[in-house]
Ligand binder design. Structure first.
Ligand SMILES: NC(=O)c1ccc[n+]([C@@H]2O[C@H](COP(=O)([O-])OP(=O)(O)OC[C@H]3O[C@@H](n4cnc5c(N)ncnc54)[C@H](OP(=O)(O)O)[C@@H]3O)[C@@H](O)[C@H]2O)c1
Length: 198
């Protein structure tokens, strides 16, 4: 399964580091172009390659980690996603004001899904701070927990990736359920650093 990453900030980079730790390849892209990611690509070579957004979105699974207000621009004008998996790692709230975005009663992942027509959207890789996502998932004799939600098939593929990365994946069901539990602000799970034993 090929992997793309849109957004090379704290979360996109943390995900890239987690992949590198397990020798998994990915293409990472930002708004300013691959040349601006040379240092990161050099550090994470040979696994992580800096590319254009157009290249990253051709991957089988694409993680998107971009500030909420910039998502429409980041995802505009791309071809239909044709059933590929898109992982929504985003929160509808932004530095520096931390003012929640107006979602008109919808879950942020439902709003996000409208920006990626034809994609199978999974909510994952969003509930931990970057240093825990990029760090060793083994902790206290167990494995650090990552939550994920989505439709059955895409969830299974995301769950497999989470396990390959060494985390204990916990399936929260469809986005209508899981998206609510990891919603920030308001959900009970964001920022919980949990370890699963056995
Ligand atoms: N940081 C956290 O603790 C944390 C935790 C959980 C979830 N999240 C969520 O993860 C997402 C990313 O957060 P972050 O902290 O990683 O942000 P960040 O450090 O500010 O990085 C944002 C990234 O998005 C890219 N970007 C901005 N506009 C873009 C566009 N039009 N096209 C392509 N890329 C674009 C930026 O590229 P350029 O620099 O080239 O513009 C940058 O690489 C947010 O939705 C946030 O809510 C963050």
């Amino acid at each position: 399964m090929s992997i793309g990453i849109i957004g090379a900030g704290e979360i996109g980079t943390a995900f890239a580091r987690a992949l590198t730790r397990k020798g998994i390849a990915a293409t990472i892209a930002n708004s300013r172009g691959p040349d601006t990611l040379r240092d990161l690509a050099r550090e994470l070579t040979p696994h992580i390659t800096a590319g254009t957004i157009e290249k990253a979105v051709t991957s089988d699974l694409v993680l998107v980690a971009v500030p909420w207000s910039k998502l429409p621009k980041a995802l505009a004008g791309l071809p239909d996603w044709a059933g590929r998996i898109v992982v929504d790692a985003n929160y509808p709230i932004e530095r520096p004001l931390f003012q929640p975005a107006e979602l008109n009663g919808r879950l942020s992942t439902e709003v996000f899904a409208d920006l990626v027509p034809g994609a199978r959207v999974v909510k994952a890789f969003n509930h931990l701070p970057p240093h825990l996502l990029s760090g060793d998932p083994r902790a206290q004799g167990g494995s650090r927990v990552l939550f994920y939600s989505g439709d059955a098939r895409s969830k299974a593929e995301a769950g497999t990736l989470i396990a390959e990365l060494g985390f204990a994946g916990i399936d929260l069901g469809p986005v209508s359920v899981g998206g609510k539990l990891v919603h920030f602000p308001g959900g009970p799970l964001p920022a919980l650093n949990l370890v699963k034993f056995g």
